[in-house]
Design a protein. Sequence first.
Length: 134
Amino acid sequence: ISDLSVGDWVMCNEDKYRVMGITMFHELDLLKSSESFRTSIDNIHPIPITAEILQMNGFEFEKASRWHICELEYKTRINVWIGRNNEGRIEVSKPAPFEDEYHFKYVDIEVLNIAVHQLQHALRLAGVDKEITL
């Protein structure tokens, strides 16, 4: 949770909010619809990535535990693997300038508890302007 950015989705008081500001006193400004408030970072929890969240955002189940989406505007493929205990991997890649099966990886993240904000960060790092909805 210490790696949060403005715009990230987080859980607070059993509900989902967007981070709208971060203070130097470890407080966050959160927003949901028109409800906004400030809270301690201690009250914040990551939102685990689920199959439902991926489907809602256009990802398709490919095989085993892998989900993918192709963002044609950015010529980018995004793969997300979710394991049994919510361990996971996020890979954002673009085709290499040559025509074979290799891709140039922009972002490749492996984590024990894969969360929505980590997917948001991977997309931003790769320059993909995709809004994740919950």
